[in-house]
Design a protein around this ligand. Structure first.
Ligand SMILES: O=C(O)c1ccc[n+]([C@@H]2O[C@H](COP(=O)([O-])O)[C@@H](O)[C@H]2O)c1
Ligand SMILES: Cc1cc2nc[nH]c2cc1C
Length: 338
């Protein structure tokens, strides 16, 4: 069994000591890719995806049979500042909807052939409003990271982490601003649909939070605790646990990517086992992905969260490995290889 992080410092050390891809499997997959019945490079990014996946799984001819989607939910004290177009009660109501199978992510997980788990994190106890103090104490952040860590099925062969949390685009914008600087307005978007006045207010809230919490010596994990939320910390924990288990991860939208960015800021390379599933319509997602050097697989104008864009991208990664592992080589098919 994968040992839990015992403290935030332990979590930092685990990130640093995490395994890389299997070099032999990577080379085997590259060699196989060069022999498949297609002009070199003709499957575009599907080829890179299949090789990347093979390296992390340690298998030059892998199959995807057990994808897992995990949705984490959390509530945010910063909603008291009027930063969302929807009331905070929607978080608990949507959790009931996930459990009843009625949300978009239930349908998308089913289409992708993925198992889906839902973890609601202390919804009756929102994290603190970060304009007033740290969103979470170290102990609270660790607790949420551990929920995410333990939620990953060691037998899964592909992972999507998604979230539900009214107010969490404010938290994600504050994380991005704290990690990458610029102006607060560079990172703030409309979330569930705030109007122009709402956007101005949200920008002020993000600027205040970052001015209060982003100081020299506060790393990605420190930022995660001070400006994040339980569902955001849980996503970070799950992404890190997947790395220990060599399970490739597909990142979802703006909030999921902000959670992931906290890991990369703490230890460069911590996201090498991840791909960006899609580009969210939340304005700053494109900037965040650029900072991480990740090109999204899909761009469909989604801005839902829940893991929806990443769940759609499971089908793309599955298609990439199906081609890679199922296609005949030139020699097997008796096709002239130019
Ligand atoms: O994934 C995204 O890029 C995304 C963009 C905008 C909104 N959301 C979802 O909307 C909620 C947060 O929006 P807000 O306006 O309450 O901060 C939260 O439940 C997210 O899952 C998600
Ligand atoms: C209805 C609703 C569903 C969501 N799913 C993820 N974020 C959401 C926000 C709202 C408001």
């Amino acid at each position: 069994m994968l040992a839990d992080p015992q403290s935030l410092e332990d979590f930092r050390q685990l990130l640093k000591a995490a395994p890389g891809p299997d070099g032999v499997a990577l080379q085997g997959a590259r060699d196989r890719n060069g022999q498949l019945t297609k002009p070199p490079g003709a499957l575009g990014r599907l080829e890179d995806l299949a090789i990347w996946y093979a390296g992390w799984r340690g298998d030059p001819r892998p199959r995807i049979e057990a994808p897992q989607v995990i949705v984490f939910a959390g509530n945010h004290g910063v909603t008291a500042q009027g930063v969302s177009a929807f009331p905070a009660e929607v978080t608990v109501q949507m959790v009931a909807n996930f459990k009843a199978g009625g949300a978009a992510i239930n349908q998308l997980a089913r289409v992708a052939g993925a198992r889906m788990d839902v973890h609601a994190l202390e919804l009756d106890r929102p994290v603190a409003d970060f304009t007033q103090g740290p969103a979470m104490s170290e102990a609270e952040a660790l607790g949420a990271i551990r929920v995410g860590w333990q939620a990953v099925d060691p037998k899964a062969d592909l992972l999507v982490v998604g979230e539900m949390g009214i107010g969490n685009t404010t938290s994600a914008a504050a994380i991005a601003h704290a990690l990458y600087g610029g102006e607060a307005s560079d990172w703030v978007g409309r979330g569930t649909g705030v109007d122009d006045a709402g956007l101005v207010n949200k920008t002020r809230v993000v600027a205040e939070g970052v001015a209060r919490h982003a100081r020299d010596g506060v790393d990605g994990i420190g930022i995660l605790a001070r400006l994040g939320g339980r569902e955001i910390a849980a996503m970070a924990g799950a992404i890190a646990a997947a790395r220990m288990l060599r399970i490739p991860v597909i990142l979802d939208g703006f909030i999921c990517t902000a959670a992931a960015a906290c890991l990369e800021a703490t230890h460069a390379g911590a996201l090498d086992h991840t791909v960006a599933g899609h580009l969210s319509a939340e304005g700053a997602h494109v900037r965040l992905l650029e900072k991480l050097g990740k090109a999204p697989l899909l761009s469909l104008g989604l801005r839902l969260g829940e893991g929806s864009g990443a769940a759609l991208a499971i089908n793309v990664v599955k298609a990439a490995t199906a081609c890679h592992s199922g296609m005949a080589t030139f020699a097997e098919a008796g096709v002239a290889d130019g």
